[in-house]
Write a protein that binds this ligand. Structure first.
Ligand code: SF4
Ligand code: SF4
Length: 294
């Protein structure tokens, strides 16, 4: 029928009006249930999901409580446990940032050697498109998305270019804004640390076992080696001694044969000489006897 949709829409509006009116008339309106009082008539409103009615948030005194995954401009995390920036100035966030609104200058030590911390870190909030790529790619959980959206300024430059001091927040601030994510990260860190510790212990045990095996094996092998080498040397010495002895015996026998043969020859010569001398002596005796007329 003509006009049915129009009547339906007017009915919905009337329903919301009545619900809003009845909520406004109650002592504590539904929309203020679970709200956080900030004092000075300021409060954070956590509007229930089943809230009926058309409610106006009286901004800026009243603000809606933001969902955890609300994101605006990145913030840098100061690790209050370690008392240092989590950022290592690796530059990954600057590389992946689609509009290229991150500038990082790495710090250096007294000798000019680069160190793993930023000296300067800038984000141009006027360019940042709140994509959260920098957060997703950061390997150190050093950059997170802030909920602070009240960034109105009179001059875009340099007031919307945030430096490191303006970007840095303590870990507790992040934990309060992102309680679920923070809890999950802490749990993951704890597990990673336990795993790392277990791996290190296993590695240390394996190294100890390897060292013990290495200490035992050379002793055994060197003992065997020494033994076999000693035996080998002994055997060689014996062989050399035997060879020498044989050579000596050969030499001795040769010498003795030669000596014997030469000795025999000498004896024969001597005997022959003696015989000759004897003959000569007999001959002279006969001559002397003949001369004497005997
Ligand atoms: S915020 Fe993360 S990704 Fe960016 S430079 Fe620091 S450590 Fe690297
Ligand atoms: S949120 Fe996106 S645009 Fe903004 S600094 Fe990070 S990567 Fe760049």
């Amino acid at each position: 029928m003509f006009g049915t949709g129009l009547l339906k829409g007017l009915g919905v509006t009337l329903k919301h009006t009545l619900e809003t009116f009845s909520d406004d008339r109650s002592k504590v309106p539904d929309r203020y249930r679970d709200s956080i009082e900030l004092g000075n008539n300021r409060r954070i409103i956590n509007q229930p999901i089943d809230q009926e009615g058309l409610l106006t948030i009286q901004y800026p005194e009243e603000k809606r409580q933001l969902p955890e995954h609300f994101r605006y401009i990145p913030m840098l995390i100061w690790d209050t446990d370690k008392n240092e920036d989590r950022c290592t100035a690796c530059g990954i966030c600057a590389k992946v940032c689609p509009p290229q609104c991150i500038w990082i200058v790495r710090d250096s030590d007294a000798n000019g050697k680069p160190v793993t911390r930023p000296a300067e870190f800038y984000i141009d909030a006027a360019v940042c498109m709140s994509c959260s790529f920098c957060v997703e790619f950061c390997p150190f959980d050093a950059i997170k998305m802030n909920h602070d959206y009240e960034l109105a300024v009179f001059d875009r430059y340099p007031q919307l270019v945030y430096d490191m001091e303006e970007l840095t927040v303590p870990l507790e601030y992040y934990a309060a804004l992102w309680p679920t994510q923070y809890g999950e990260e802490q749990e993951k860190r704890r597990k990673d640390e336990e795993e790392k510790k277990a791996q290190e212990e296993a590695k240390a045990r394996a190294a100890e076992a390897k060292a013990a095996a290495a200490a035992a094996a050379p002793a055994a092998s060197s003992g065997e080696g020494k033994l076999s080498k000693a035996e080998e040397l002994k055997r060689k010495a014996q062989e050399r001694a035997a060879a020498k002895a044989a050579a000596n015996s050969d030499t001795d026998s040769g010498t003795s044969v030669a000596a014997a043969s030469s000795g025999d020859a000498d004896a024969d010569a001597k005997k022959a000489r003696m015989e000759e001398l004897k003959r000569i002596a007999q001959e002279r005796a006969r001559q002397r006897k003949a001369e004497a007329g005997e």
